[in-house]
Design a protein around this ligand. Structure first.
Ligand SMILES: *[C@@H]1O[C@H](CO)[C@@H](O)[C@H](O)[C@H]1NC(C)=O
Ligand SMILES: *[C@@H]1O[C@H](CO)[C@@H](O)[C@H](O)[C@H]1NC(C)=O
Ligand SMILES: *[C@@H]1O[C@H](CO)[C@@H](O)[C@H](O)[C@H]1NC(C)=O
Ligand SMILES: *[C@@H]1O[C@H](CO)[C@@H](O)[C@H](O)[C@H]1NC(C)=O
Ligand SMILES: *[C@@H]1O[C@H](CO)[C@@H](O)[C@H](O)[C@H]1NC(C)=O
Ligand SMILES: *[C@@H]1O[C@H](CO)[C@@H](O)[C@H](O)[C@H]1NC(C)=O
Ligand SMILES: *[C@@H]1O[C@H](CO)[C@@H](O)[C@H](O)[C@H]1NC(C)=O
Ligand SMILES: *[C@@H]1O[C@H](CO)[C@@H](O)[C@H](O)[C@H]1NC(C)=O
Ligand SMILES: *[C@@H]1O[C@H](CO)[C@@H](O)[C@H](O)[C@H]1NC(C)=O
Ligand SMILES: *[C@@H]1O[C@H](CO)[C@@H](O)[C@H](O)[C@H]1NC(C)=O
Length: 872
């Protein structure tokens, strides 16, 4: 904790560089479409990049090979995949949401089918049209390239049939780009018009480009070339290849401007221009090169440009520009005092393209895929987005589409006569906007599930012509729901089954017999387990009568109907947790509870569930949310917790949902209480427990704003918890996750300390834990950057209105940074954290009048002296 922030920053930076490299190298995806089965990959000559077969990224299509190759294209462009079936066929690529990618697709016909019919078709990116590919016009083939930021974790690139010709694709490339390059308006993507370097001789550059971009050489006779053998320094994320920067064009007539023209085919096209300049001539004392940059006659930069000696400057516009009358020009004109003509090393021009249509609700998409997998459906047009574009909507479903800016929802599902067998899939209940469900004429077995009656929007169900048995649950016999079940010979429809009182009676007996048996079994198991456990391990002393009371009275197993009753049929949603929705409930008529409903797929089985719940039932501490009971009945899983009326800390930091903003001294107290809860898990519990998902959303507040940690122990036994972005890492939430965990794949107590450090930083700064739009995207990087600038006021949450003791703020910040140290061995233990937080609180309480309301300037002065926090 004594280390200076400067050193910390270096460490953090190094650690993150390491992670990025370890994770995915360059992260390139290179697909040679239609590569034969026996040849899984090959290296492209020149770039030496490995191209693999596309078969794992697309489910349809056939492979072909060109018969005519007049242009002598290389091996990568000789095989292709064509799609004779279906209207839309899609590639599905895993991407990092929010990252900028260069995406390039190649199309060469080469008479692969001997028919000599060149195709014309549309290329879509998700639900949006990217480009029309017209190989009747571009007979020798074409490549199209965009810079795009994916809005979800998978990228769908689709070929859509628009006429009688068969769509085909030759190669597909994905290249992640540097974060601070090609800044564009949100919602736009960039389509490459040209990318050139200016040299009197040379070839297309590609293999030396770190992002695998292609740079064409360009030169005209009105220009003179200059060149250098020296290296040009690059201080930005654009990183053009050295060869592109070591040459430049200047006008031969030294008083004339240097002008680049291009044609705009559509006067509403908007352009983004990136010009790369570096001084590569050895200037004499009295020489000066200075010029203005004009785009279509208007100044492009506010000040004249003086290229820096062997040091790259990239000129970029913050907004797009259109060209009048279809002719666009970029003009470099020397200023009065300039003794040398202007120079240009390289230039990139893009047109903006809009992809406004949002994809279908992600949860609906996951669910429909889940259903498709459950019943092993293979429906040819179930590819790409289920709902949009509307003309390509998946067969057998319908959607509600409000506007382009609202994700569409699935409202009807018709799997009539689809050869379904097995039971009615539980996943269906996750289609929360479903209105019509037709599963008629299949071979479905099992009972009619109760959840169908609990789906709020569902108003029509046809289950006719199946093999269902049992009786119709009460929940489905309600007004406003049309249910058709004829043609299920084993389904009991007689009045005796239907009559509510009688049915209830039967149900009640069955239920009580079953649950009594379970309660006894659970109790026995519980006692046996406890006995076993308490033998060798030091447990806090507790009498066995107490345990029995726990198992019996306060904490226990609930039946599903009790859960329905306590939540009043799931009337009030409190929020959405990592594992499912959380509802408000009441037990014993007055005691408020929070009921967390888990989806069945979130646990591995009853045994694991039970083991985990038993463990959680044992844990109790004033700063931990206590488990009141649980429900495990067939498909229904729920955990019942004590209810905390003041919501979570995250809401109070953001002020969302009408929550109050809490002040600094309460924040410190909350931090201390959360730390006490965590310390108890680490050293007070036997065996010790790692929380695994410490975050502000998991710190709940009771009526007196006392903090209690929630959700501990869950992510171990239940899958799909947290908002993990990495499908293989189930535990934790992106942004709070210990970076060391990526390398070691082991979560230990120190991982919780890291997450706690992030929580502290959030409480201090109220900055997002991850901000995809800036360079310093992680909160630790952001704080490190601000500390380097000596910007204490910028660091503290503005909502605190400077109402804090400066020393206590610094101490807390220092503590947070040491908790978030990339190296786990350098992080303090929770006990040390508690000690330090107590000191902060003392500091806050005693220092109030002394340091408060200092002018910002004074603070900056003290910081400028040394970028290290002031002595305590
Ligand atoms: C296609 O390639 C051939 C052979 O290189 C060439 O003669 C022809 O001009 C090209 N056509 C177009 C439209 O580029
Ligand atoms: C696309 O791939 C991702 C990750 O591999 C997967 O989760 C998703 O379900 C796939 N989508 C489709 C439409 O196949
Ligand atoms: C211009 O380019 C030519 C051919 O690449 C080269 O021989 C010549 O040295 C260059 N001139 C200057 C001034 O760099
Ligand atoms: C050089 O450029 C200037 C300014 O554009 C022009 O006035 C002059 O005529 C040009 N000289 C020649 C020889 O073309
Ligand atoms: C020009 O672009 C606009 C917007 O991108 C589009 O609506 C219009 O159809 C285009 N016009 C032509 C002639 O391509
Ligand atoms: C799909 O839903 C829309 C809006 O509810 C409706 O107008 C349309 O007729 C439906 N289409 C089919 C094929 O059911
Ligand atoms: C479901 O589709 C079948 C045939 O595909 C049709 O006969 C039936 O009417 C549809 N059901 C509904 C509810 O629209
Ligand atoms: C459903 O049918 C398929 C193929 O007929 C069979 O492989 C599968 O085991 C069946 N599933 C169930 C649950 O009966
Ligand atoms: C329900 O499905 C069956 C079998 O497909 C069909 O005969 C019947 O007409 C459907 N009922 C309604 C109301 O659509
Ligand atoms: C149900 O399965 C049987 C055999 O398993 C098959 O003969 C029958 O056609 C199936 N019925 C439907 C409606 O798919």
């Amino acid at each position: 904790m004594e280390s200076s922030f400067g050193l910390l920053l270096v460490l953090i930076t190094l650690a993150f560089i390491h992670i990025v490299e370890a994770q995915d190298g360059k992260g390139f995806i290179s697909l040679d479409c239609g590569l034969p089965e026996d040849q899984t990959s090959h290296k492209m000559t020149g770039t030496e990049l490995l191209y693999s077969s596309d078969k794992d990224f697309v489910q349809s299509g056939k492979t072909g090979r060109v018969r005519e190759n007049p242009n002598n294209y290389g091996e990568t462009y000789l095989t292709l995949r064509y799609f004779p079936e279906g209207i839309r066929n899609c590639y599905n690529l895993s991407v990092e949401k929010g990252r900028k990618y260069l995406i390039r697709a190649y199309f060469v016909y080469g008479n692969y089918d001997g028919q000599d019919i060149k195709p014309v078709f549309d290329l879509y990116l998700g639900p949006n049209l990217w480009e029309t590919i017209d190989l009747q016009r571009l007979v020798n083939g074409t490549a199209t390239e965009i810079l795009h930021i994916p809005t979800s974790k998978s990228l769908q690139i689709c070929l859509v049939k628009t006429g009688n010709t068969t769509p085909a694709i030759t190669a597909l490339e994905l290249r992640p780009m540097g974060k601070e390059s090609y800044l564009i308006d949100t919602g736009s993507s960039l389509s490459l018009l040209f990318r050139r370097y200016y040299s009197a001789s040379g070839f297309q550059l590609r293999s030396t480009d770190v992002y695998d971009r292609r740079w064409d050489r360009f030169f005209i006779k009105e220009w003179t070339n200059i060149s250098t053998d020296l290296r040009v320094k690059i201080g930005n994320d654009y990183i053009p290849p050295q060869e592109a920067l070591k040459n430049a064009a200047t006008p031969t007539n030294t008083s004339a401007p240097l002008t680049i023209y291009w044609i705009s085919t559509n006067s509403s096209d908007e352009f983004y221009v990136y010009a790369h300049v570096a001084e590569i001539k050895d200037l004499k004392e009295d020489e000066i090169r200075e010029f203005n940059v004009l785009l279509n006659g208007k100044l492009y930069t506010s000040e004249p440009i003086i290229p820096k000696k062997l040091d790259l400057i990239t000129l970029q516009s913050k907004t797009s520009r259109t060209c009048q009358l279809g002719l666009c020009s970029l003009q470099l004109t020397r200023t009065e005092r300039s003794t040398l003509p202007p120079l240009l090393n390289a230039l990139e021009v893009y047109t903006a393209i809009q992809f406004p249509q949002l994809e279908t609700d992600e949860s609906d998409v996951d669910t429909i895929k889940d259903i498709s997998a459950t019943y092993a459906l293979s429906i040819i047009n179930w590819q790409g987005d289920p709902c949009v574009p509307q003309q390509l909507r998946w067969d057998r479903l319908n959607c509600s589409i409000r506007d382009m800016y609202t994700p569409p929802r699935i409202t009807s599902l018709n799997l009539s006569s689809s050869g379904l067998n097995g039971t009615i899939a539980a996943a269906i209940q996750s289609l929360t906007q479903l209105e019509t469900l037709d599963l008629s004429n299949n071979n479905l077995t099992g009972g009619v599930p109760e959840f169908l009656g609990n789906m709020k929007s569902l108003s029509f169900i046809n289950l006719s012509g199946n093999n269902l048995n049992g009786s119709i649950p009460q929940a489905l016999q309600k007004k406003g729901l049309e249910l058709f079940v004829e043609g299920n010979p084993r389904l009991c429809l007689s009045d005796s089954c239907r009559k509510p009182p009688e049915k209830k009676f039967h149900m009640a007996i069955v239920a009580s017999v079953v649950s009594a048996a379970i309660v006894i079994a659970v109790l026995v198991l519980f006692l046996v387990l406890r006995k076993k456990k308490s033998k060798g391990i030091n447990q806090p002393p507790r009498t066995s009568t107490e345990e029995v009371t726990f198992a019996n009275k306060n904490r226990r197993r609930f039946t599903y109907s009790e859960v329905l009753q306590m939540t009043n049929n799931f009337q009030r949603v409190l929020g959405k947790g990592g594992f499912g929705l959380v509802y408000h409930g009441t037990v014993n008529g007055h005691e408020q509870v929070a009921v967390k409903v888990l989806s069945q797929s979130s646990t591995q089985g009853y045994k694991e569930f039970k083991a985990e719940v038993d463990l959680l039932l044992r844990v109790h501490h004033t700063n931990l949310v206590s488990l009141v009971g649980y429900c495990y009945e067939g498909d229904h899983l729920a955990l019942i917790y004590e209810f905390l009326p003041n919501g979570d800390l995250k809401q109070h930091l953001s002020g969302k949902g009408g929550k109050s903003i809490i002040n600094w001294s309460i924040r410190l107290r909350i931090a201390l209480e959360a730390a006490l809860g965590l310390e108890y898990l680490h050293i007070g519990c036997k065996p010790p427990m790692v929380h695994r998902d410490v975050k502000t959303a998991n710190i709940l507040l009771d009526e007196n704003f006392k903090a209690k940690l929630a959700d501990f122990g869950l992510s171990r036994a239940f899958q799909g918890g947290g908002e993990s972005q990495n499908p293989t890492a189930v535990a934790g939430t992106f942004g709070y996750l210990d970076p060391e965990y990526y390398r070691t794949n082991r979560l230990a107590e120190k991982s919780d300390v890291y997450s706690f450090g992030i929580v502290l930083l959030e409480m201090i700064t109220n900055q997002p834990v991850i901000n995809q739009t800036t360079e310093n995207s992680l909160i630790t990087q952001w704080v490190g950057f601000q500390i380097n600038r000596g910007d204490i006021l910028e660091i503290m949450d503005p909502n605190l209105r400077k109402d804090y003791d400066i020393n206590s703020a610094w101490r807390a910040l220092e503590l947070a940074m040491s908790c978030a140290n990339p190296s786990s061995s350098k992080r303090p233990s929770m006990s040390q954290v508690i000690h330090e937080l107590k000191e902060c609180i003392v500091c806050e309480n005693t220092g109030i009048s002394k340091n408060r309301s200092l002018e910002s300037q004074e603070m900056n002065v003290s910081l400028d002296a040394s970028v290290v926090p002031m002595a305590r």
